[in-house]
Design a protein around this ligand. Structure first.
Ligand SMILES: [Zn+2]
Length: 245
């Protein structure tokens, strides 16, 4: 059940306590992929899982600006601080729980959101009237998938399958040639870089020429199946907090 297109009476009558919040970002994804890539991909995975799940699940509107200051040198990139982002996500989950959707999966499409989502899910679960857990789609696509990169084969493939208008196909060669292949600027296991502009000229990490709509379909199958599995587990999960020892 998509909350944006439902009426309030339909939401009131929905027989489920499960919800998903798609969470993305508005940030550069190279010269070939839309700034909304992470939001579009998170929505695609959440909507597909909602369709495939036997039971109903409420899907909130997406959070489309996240923790992305690392891409600030590239035009159009928008960001919030981590604390604002965590507060905003927490409030959304609180309002879902108020309506009875108190088991919530945060369906994430952006690497920069991962740490903040883990932290806020823990805060919600410990202190609020809801259980929340984050799920990041590209961590659930299996070992054979291309490396994550940024605007590389993985993200570009999912767009080509589900949102082909978000990819400028005629720029893939340039995107790959002027990009880089490895995230970060490493000294041993320490990443010296804080902004992506320190290690990529056009914002790309990886090789978007290896992307295809077919690969995108396979990635979506894998990610949405893992998400369905997680939703079924969350629906049954014992959410009681353990007592103090
Ligand atoms: Zn991305």
């Amino acid at each position: 059940m998509d909350i944006q297109s439902a009426t309030w009476t339909e939401v009131r009558d929905a027989e489920t306590n499960l919800a998903m919040v798609p969470i993305g970002s508005t940030e550069q994804h190279g010269p070939h992929a839309a700034l909304g890539t992470d939001t579009l991909n998170a929505e695609t995975v959440a909507e597909t899982a909602a369709d495939r799940l036997d039971d109903p699940v409420a899907v909130s509107p997406a959070v489309s600006v996240g923790v992305a200051e690392e891409h600030r040198q590239f035009s159009g990139t928008l960001w919030t601080s981590e604390s604002t982002f965590r507060s905003y996500v927490r409030d959304i989950v609180e309002s879902l729980a108020f309506h009875g959707f108190d088991r919530v999966v945060l369906v994430n499409g952006h690497g920069g959101n991962v740490a903040a989502l883990r932290e806020v899910a823990g805060t919600i679960t410990r202190h609020d009237d809801a259980y929340a857990v984050p799920f990041t789609w590209f961590e659930a696509v299996g070992e054979d998938a291309p490396p994550m990169g940024h605007g590389g084969a993985l993200e570009t493939s999912l767009l080509q399958h589900a949102n082909p208008d978000a990819v400028r196909e005629d720029r893939l060669d340039d995107a790959a040639a002027e990009g880089t292949r490895r995230w970060g600027n490493w000294k041993g296991k320490v990443n010296l870089a804080f902004d992506s502009a320190e290690f990529t000229e056009n914002g790309v990490v990886g090789d978007p020429r290896e992307a295809s709509a077919d690969l995108g379909e396979d990635l979506l199958d894998a990610a949405s199946e893992a998400l369905v599995d997680l939703l079924e587990t969350v629906a049954e999960h014992d959410t009681e907090r353990p007592p103090r020892k």
